[in-house]
Design a protein around this ligand. Structure first.
Ligand code: PAF
Length: 283
């Protein structure tokens, strides 16, 4: 497997592969791989001829005071895991090349970035949309793979790709969970053992939503209220939001119908964790 750090070399590699008629897949990541990342690499491996994984802890999506400095990193382990997953190339550029100073250009996706995580992390999705647009330009893949654990991010990137006419198919892959239901996340390493146990309530609250919907409940406030009540029973877990929104534009709902995203964020010790369930509500 090849590790490329230069933007111009990365472009050449992809141009070459495309000139041979190869289908190129991109898996954008911030590294510190877990099985969630590996499942994206496997999906890309199955569907594409040449797989590039970008590994870049993107400073513009972290607000001052967030965990940019502490974000877990382990390049040699990541290289090993990506090799094992059959990846062809890792793109690992230096931050000073990605954001040549003075850096003045950003991509803003409106409205859907104001809600859910966008409400408490202003500027986060501007950073995500900007870096993903840059990656789409540097690595003009046919397909790009993202995890549905970051459901809002998936919708922001889909919208950005559509609105800016990127000729890249955005593929969303299912969330990968630990055996007790906790969604895999690089930030799970921040959890102390007691917090790790308590954090399973997040998945349990989403299962509760599924059950209530299956029993016929159609009032979003009732379902999210019950989810919230379940979560706060764990004293180590502090919910930031629990919401039921429409899957397309992430707008709040008066009634549960169609594709509904049940999404939540919570503080557990030092970690801010997110999770969600996408449920089709049929009547
Ligand atoms: O999901 C992530 O790891 C990041 O937000 C992404 C998409 C790689 C952009 O930095």
């Amino acid at each position: 497997m090849r590790v490329v750090t230069s933007i111009s070399e990365m472009r050449k590699v992809v141009e070459e592969q495309r000139s041979y008629g190869k289908i190129v897949g991109l898996v954008p990541t911030m590294g510190f791989f877990h099985q969630g990342h590996i499942s994206l690499m496997h999906a890309a491996r199955e569907e594409c001829d040449y797989v590039v994984v970008s590994l870049f802890v993107n400073p513009t999506q972290f607000a001052p005071g967030e965990d940019l400095e502490d974000y877990p990193r382990d390049l040699s382990r990541d290289v090993e895991m990506a090799t094992e997953a059959g990846v062809d190339c890792i793109f690992h550029p230096p931050a000073e090349d990605m954001y040549m100073q003075p850096y003045l250009t950003y991509v803003m996706v409106e409205e859907i970035t104001d809600r859910l995580c966008g409400a408490s992390r202003p500027g986060h999705f501007r950073g995500v949309a900007t870096v993903v647009a840059k990656l789409f330009n540097i690595i003009p893949a046919h397909r790009a793979y993202f995890g549905l654990k970051d459901a809002q991010q998936v919708q922001v990137i889909r919208r950005m790709a559509r609105d800016l006419d990127f000729d890249i198919e955005v593929v969303a892959c299912p969330t990968v969970r630990e055996s007790d239901g906790l969604a895999m996340s690089s930030r799970n390493v921040y959890l102390e053992p007691e917090e790790r146990k308590a954090a399973t309530v997040l998945h349990r609250s989403l299962q509760l939503a599924r059950k209530l919907v299956a029993e016929g409940e159609r009032d979003p406030e009732k379902v999210t209220g019950d989810m919230h009540a379940l979560i706060v029973r764990e004293s180590l877990v502090e919910p930031e939001y629990v919401a039921a929104v429409d899957w397309d534009l992430l707008t709040p709902l008066d009634r549960l119908e169609g594709w509904v995203l049940f999404a939540l964020a919570a503080r557990v010790g030092k970690a801010r964790l997110i999770d969600n369930a996408l449920i089709e509500v049929k009547d």
